[in-house]
Design a protein around this ligand. Structure first.
Ligand code: SF4
Length: 116
């Protein structure tokens, strides 16, 4: 059995969570103050997810700040970055504009900046 220590990032309290894992299966979760922490810990062991934040090129040379509107699989980050780096977009762009729809599953890549 393996013991893994995690810091929950679901809220600013940052609870220290201990997870007991055997053969990829979560045996127990302790240290979480609320159920969100237990879910976070289980997901971290099974399939870690992150919001991807980066920039996209525009045809006039500016870079637009973007992020996914939902967490995506951490293991997918490299392939998603290849997809994102391969595109160039037109301006103007407004905050919330979808840059790539369904980048992974139902997670879209959206602009986080207004750029003319
Ligand atoms: S376990 Fe609950 S209270 Fe603790 S950091 Fe996570 S979300 Fe916040």
């Amino acid at each position: 059995m393996e013991k893994i220590l995690l810091t929950c990032v679901e809220c600013p309290m940052g609870c220290q969570i201990q997870v007991e894992v055997e053969k990829g299966e979560v045996l127990s979760v302790t240290g979480n103050t609320c159920p969100r922490g237990k879910l976070y810990a289980q997901n971290e062991i099974k399939c870690p997810m992150r919001v991807l934040t980066t920039t996209v090129k525009t045809y006039d040379g500016k870079m637009v700040a973007v992020k996914t509107d939902k967490p995506v699989k951490r293991e997918s980050m490299l392939s998603l970055m290849k997809k994102i780096n391969a595109i160039t977009i037109d301006l103007p762009v407004k905050i919330g504009d979808i840059i790539i729809e369904n980048l992974e599953g139902d997670a879209n890549l959206i602009a986080t900046d207004d750029l003319q």
